[in-house]
Design a protein around this ligand. Sequence first.
Ligand code: SF4
Length: 965
Amino acid sequence: MQKGDRAIDTSPVVSDEVKYTTCYMCACRCGIKVHLKDGTIRYIEGNRDHPVNRGVLCAKGSAGIMQHYSPARLRKPLKRVGERGDAAFEEIEWDEALEIATDWLSGIRENDPKKLAFFTGRDQSQALTGWWASQFGTPNYAAHGGFCSVNMATAGLYTIGGSFWEFGEPDWELSRYFLMFGVAEDHDSNPLKIGLSTLKGRGAKIVSVNPVQTGYSAIADEWLGITPGTDGMFVLALIHELLRAGRVDVDYLLRYTNAPWLVIDDPGGAEDGLFARDGEGGILCWDRRRNAVRPALDPDAAAALKGSVTLPDGRAAKPVFHLLAERYLDNAYAPEAAAKVCGIPAGTIQRIAAELAEAAFEHEVVVDQPWTDWAGRRHEKMIGRPVSMHAMRGISAHSNGFHTCRAIHLLQVLLGSIDVPGGFRYKPPFPRPAPPNTKPAGKTGQVRPNCPLPGPPLGFPTGPEDLLLADDGTPLRIDKAFSWEAPIAAHGMMHMVITNAWKGDPYPIDTLFLYMANMAWNSAMNTAETIAMLTDKDSETGAYRIPRIIYSDAYFSEMVAYADLVLPDTTYLERWDCISLLDRPICTADGPGDAIRQPVVAPDRDVRAFQAVLLDLGARLGLPGMTNEDGTPKYPGGYADYIVNHERQPGVGNLAGWRGADGDQEGRGEPNPRQLERYVENGCFWHGKLAPEARYFKHANRAYLDYAVDMGFKSDADPVVFQLYSEILQRFRLAARGHGPVQPPEMHRERVETYFDPLPFWYPPFEDQVGNEEQFPLYAITQRPMAMYHSWGSQNAWLRQIHGDNRLYVPRVLAEAHGITDDDWVWLESRNGRIKAQARVMEGVNRRTVWTWNAIGKRAGAWNLAPDAGEATKGFLLNHLIDELLPERESGYRYASADPVTGQAAWYDLRVRLEKAAPGEAAESMPKFPLIQRPPGLEPPPRQLRYGAAFHRKTGDGLPPGDGA
Ligand code: SF4
């Protein structure tokens, strides 16, 4: 192209250097190639070799440039000099910032480590942050899982030793029927897009169960606009139909599940509902041929699936399958009953059940690959049922989400479609034992001054004795995770931290330390009250009720204004990072994988990667894992040093690829000083490959189980037996009935008895149960847009052009009833608050549901957006309507608005009333909060942010100049 020629050059040289790294514009961790020109980022491309995205890049990933060059980036550590919330800060040097933090934290550690509450948001370094908390000695740690999808993770781990997304994926290449629940355009974003297009290309049927028909639901072959919070009923009605028609995989149930295990039937007894065991503790089944009990795992036993038997000790017992069939064949789960609850016709439920059965049992998939099972039985072929499922936050974030998620796994197991050709497939290191063996640390006596915890703060209780309770039964954690309020809160309860810390319930804390958690805005239920709690002072002392707040973020989010000390983080393109098998890796069903981020460019501000800061703080505090015996830092090279040299157990570290001194080992091996170089040479990821005989039936496959032990994924090569009936839940229930040494206080007994049902069941979400039906007849939920990920995306100059504000989507039938047309302003009211929003009428939504995009609304002034930005004037959040607590009980106690088993925040339980705004009301969203002032160091944002104009100027191609980045 000639200089000055206006013809389009279709192959311009856009870069003079390309660096590989991992995207962090959402949680998927796609591989990317960052093109640089003259040291600035010019262009981001998908890495075609990467196992997660295979070259696919979404709008968010491409717009990473604008995240990196965002005008909202913090520039230097800040110390509060005014009142909280005023954003009155002074810039300080890092030495002073770290001295302040060390001073505050060392005092806590010397006296009472639990007075530090350390919580992180969409943190992809939880292997480090959790370990750091444990080394500090506080049990008060969690990441954001408690308000995201812990129901999904926990229900899966307690049932099949795995779950969806990072735990497993559909067999996209062989599946014939795909059922998808509550999935918006997030979580497994690019892999799901690739998978759905594979299914479409193959003509497989896709059914989406979702109140809203957007994104993936819009391309489904069939959309079922279910009423929010009723998916569990729908799934159990499918199970009712399959059982009624005798369309379940009996052979699969006998081989891989606890269906034949005997359950003691001894009402009132201390072991009622537990598995029958022999003298050595071995679980028993009933052998039909011998007419006697046998070890449940005896491969030669002809195990019975039904009938009542008499145990050698005289007690009665029934197989799990018998109890299961009794439960779900009941008319309470008949399609006609479910239809009344779910808004899906009974005939549709019957048809979907029949279609599932047809796909599973009449279209077997046969892979010509011999394999040997855990008991040594050789199988000539791998035979599977080509039905797969995926579910996500839409079903998880309800107060009945745990049992709903378990019901979905139950359905998959009954169809024989777990880790078989065409079904759901585990991604190594899953399956884990159901549940994994880790228990939460932090019991009385385990939290001691200047001592680390004896284990990680998060884990998987298997009975009341694993709870973190004081002698009087009160919670030991500030968020009340692992207490009687939420016994299996495996990801903690981040949504309760600020409320409980403010109340001093169960005790006051000293310092709240947050990372990437915008808890003063879109990461809080009950936003206005959260802000009030963050700023509230003791009327006698004048001191803040939450005495100290340290916050780390790369951007000027709403939360920054409420911190006393701000530690500015880098962007994801400026640091080393590690996507570890110890945390949330990037495996596929065909092999384990992990990845790194490398600094693509150096920071141009006085910021530091939070992970490096955490290690520095750890060394300053003398935390044992971060300090040598002579007191010097153990990882003087920062996070990169830690990634390579830290070992969680001998030979097992953060990265599994290129281990050993020569880099020739995978999984286990001593640290390799050149490991990061090898990752960079390989495009910043490692992906192992399973042997062909280990690809399916991983829960019971000798080759895979041995491999898992070699790699350090499992401590033994025992099979993972699917827990259709959860004895663990029954143990809690027995405690509520007055058995065992650890029992709930009287006030919690009925609740534990009700919700710790060992078989999945459906109950209405709690907001439906508090008598709101007439006053608040509608449901309100959010969906995640394809082009945004939480509040990160809605400050991004490119992505804001797609979603610069949000509308409240109203089903046409409802809009007509209220006289609402497009762009009318409406009020939405819940028992907790009132918001004003602009409406948009649509067809594809459940007729009792209104919805909007997640996290678009911004507080005026935050994120360095103009105060009159659309996000602040028209954008809105549903968060203002949601209460983090349920209404007061008769006793005066208020439970968290959360799942009673896992503590998962029940965002999607929200009930509302809709009303058209009066004529003449201001055309702006409500509520409004005072403008947040820009902190020192942040320049006013450019009037127009036109990235790329600077490049055009340089090349002199005649395009008009712009403000540039
Ligand atoms: S799906 Fe997520 S990780 Fe992948 S490119 Fe898009 S934003 Fe990045």
